[in-house]
Design a protein around this ligand. Structure first.
Ligand SMILES: [Zn+2]
Length: 310
């Protein structure tokens, strides 16, 4: 079973904890040996500018990219960076694992389109346009009276389309979300967002938003953050409610996983770390989910999107 996980914050956590290896990191939710054991084939790694330092968001992203690049080099026999359709297919056809580098929060561009090009050269292939607050591109989900894409935001969307970068709409407020859907020539992701119908939370997607993503052949990535999923104390059965609702709404071609490992201390009860994936797949079989649905959910839907955009 090919598993693709569209979001983790392990790079920031490893850097903050001064780890010499982000890939051998027992206190994190994720590291290389557990990734292999759990069957994760491709992991998206976010550069999230959350360092408590005086460095600007862009500088933080570069610093984290440098750190991650060194880690990748040291583990190049096992995992490689995916930067093109060709490298994606090579990873799929080999025993190697793939890493897809993303940036979380368009503030890393600091309003400068040239910085998008530099991040692209550094291997970044997806950008989450906002985090929870306002930036130069658009407003995040925590803004009280959010507005849509700015002029700069529109330039970013077009340039991401030109470069072959994946636009990620997790965290963005609704006006910007709909502006992007209207403007983008390619499908989009919401890499780590759940259903707001199942559980009311500003970080979750409404049914209309999920339909909008599906109509454009995009993918919604379920995360494992307890607060975003349901009542305190809910277990993995709560994930099934989100899966069932989204599949009931748009079918099983638009759903994937975006765990948010190492981006939260608040995982759903029963989830310890990346090894949960193999337990959860067994659980899905036990609950009589169709094998084709499980395959699509685990990775095939995301693979389709990556093949189209990269
Ligand atoms: Zn996030």
């Amino acid at each position: 079973m090919m598993i693709i996980d569209m979001h983790c914050d392990t790079v920031l956590k490893a850097y903050q904890e001064k780890c010499r290896s982000a890939f051998s990191f027992p206190s994190a939710h994720f590291d290389l040996s557990r990734m292999q054991g759990a069957g994760v084939k491709i992991q998206f790694f976010a550069l999230f500018p959350g360092l408590s330092s005086a460095l600007s968001p862009y500088r933080q992203a570069i610093l984290l990219a440098d750190y991650f690049g060194e880690q990748l080099q040291k583990n190049s026999g096992i995992i490689r960076l995916i930067t093109s359709r060709q490298s994606l297919l090579q990873v799929i056809d080999s025993p190697q694992r793939g890493a897809l580098l993303t940036a979380e929060g368009g503030e890393v561009l600091e309003g400068n389109l040239r910085k998008l090009g530099i991040l692209y050269q550094r291997g970044v292939r997806s950008l989450c346009l906002t985090w929870n607050h306002r930036n130069e591109i658009a407003d995040g989900a925590a803004e009280i009276k959010p507005e849509g894409l700015t002029l700069f935001g529109r330039q970013v969307v077009k340039e991401m389309n030109n470069l072959g970068m994946v636009i990620d709409l997790s965290h963005i407020a609704e006006p910007g979300f709909w502006d992007v859907l209207e403007l983008s020539a390619y499908p989009v992701l919401a890499s780590h967002s759940n259903s707001r119908f199942v559980w009311e939370h500003a970080r979750n997607l409404t049914d209309d938003q999920i339909r909008g993503i599906a109509q454009r052949n995009g993918v919604v990535g379920l995360n494992f953050v307890a607060d975003f999923l349901g009542k305190p104390g809910s277990g993995p059965e709560q994930l099934l409610r989100h899966i069932d609702h989204i599949c009931g709404l748009v079918g099983d071609d638009y759903l994937g996983f975006g765990s948010d490992f190492d981006g939260t201390d608040n995982l759903l009860t029963g989830i310890k770390d990346v090894t949960f994936f193999s337990e959860f797949i067994a659980y899905l079989y036990k609950q009589n989910y169709k094998e084709t649905t499980i395959r699509k959910l685990c990775g095939e839907n995301v693979l389709r999107l990556l093949q189209e955009i990269l």
